[in-house]
Design a protein around this ligand. Structure first.
Ligand code: MF3
Ligand code: CO
Length: 254
């Protein structure tokens, strides 16, 4: 079921989303050769706690035998999503994607930022840039009257025009009082399909794009998703709200 959020609910999502953006700003200052992904995770957890927000990924899903163990998902190079923070030190030229979700007063915000550490290859720089560009290509289609797959197809067109591939097995999602709500927001597909967008819908749009094949595998840790061919991957995400005239990004600082 897709829920339309009231003005009050959107204000609560704006607050959770602002805290996610704040955590991204703090993490971005710490990204350098030699920092461990656990050190980045500690920064995230502190920003969330200091702002009265809950690290939603930690312990997710509730009751699972293998819940996610950290505040943030940090995915390096061939890791697509759901990388687990560890003692791994970032190296010159690594791609590092930081995916953050927090909840406060019952409402969630979710965003991903991706960086090249130090001096990266041309293709690493381009992949990170196209992940972000494809989000904005999708965002242009996010307005009342359009359908979900208008966003999807715009993302796919941007990614493939640049010679990269779109991950099929994972997608964006509605968000609000839960981290994952309806509708699913695929990053590929024909336009004109799926639910119609309406003012007050809140969704996380999150292209995951690969240098080579779009096929992915899961590691034995039960979380980390990697490219099947070992090629590079990048991810970019914002929580957005559909407005009367288009859409607004919630996961940003004013
Ligand atoms: N940000 C991710 C998403 O949109 C969720 C992380 S999975 C978790 O789906 F288990 F770590 F929470
Ligand atoms: Co998400």
């Amino acid at each position: 079921m897709i829920t339309i959020k009231s003005k009050k609910e959107i204000e609560k999502m704006r607050e959770a989303s602002r805290i996610v953006a704040l955590a991204h700003e703090e993490v971005s200052k710490a990204i350098r050769v030699g920092v461990t992904t656990k050190e980045l995770d500690d920064i995230v957890e502190k920003v969330f706690k200091d702002n009265g927000a809950n690290p939603s990924c930690k312990g997710y899903p509730k009751g699972s035998r293998n819940p996610f163990p950290a505040a943030s998902c940090i995915s390096v190079n061939d890791e697509v999503i759901h990388g687990i923070p560890s003692s791994r030190k970032l190296q010159d030229g690594d791609i590092v994607c930081v995916d953050l979700v927090c909840d406060k007063n019952g409402y969630f915000g979710d965003a991903t930022r991706c960086y090249v550490v130090g001096n990266g290859s041309k293709v690493a720089e381009k992949l990170v840039r196209v992940a972000e560009e494809s989000f904005y290509a999708g965002l242009k289609k996010a307005k009342p009257g359009n359908r979900i797959s208008d966003i999807s197809s715009a993302i796919q067109e941007c990614v493939e025009r640049n010679g990269f591939s779109v991950v099929r097995e994972f997608q964006g999602h509605g968000i609000g009082t839960e981290m994952h709500e309806d509708p699913g927001v695929p990053n590929y597909g024909k336009p004109g399909r799926g639910p119609r967008l309406e003012a007050g819908m809140t969704i996380a749009v999150e292209p995951m794009i690969n240098e080579g094949t779009y096929h992915v595998d899961e590691l034995d840790d039960g979380w980390t998703i990697v490219t099947a061919d070992g090629g590079l991957s990048a991810h970019y995400e914002n929580t957005i709200v559909i407005t009367e005239t288009g859409a607004e990004i919630l996961t940003k600082l004013d």
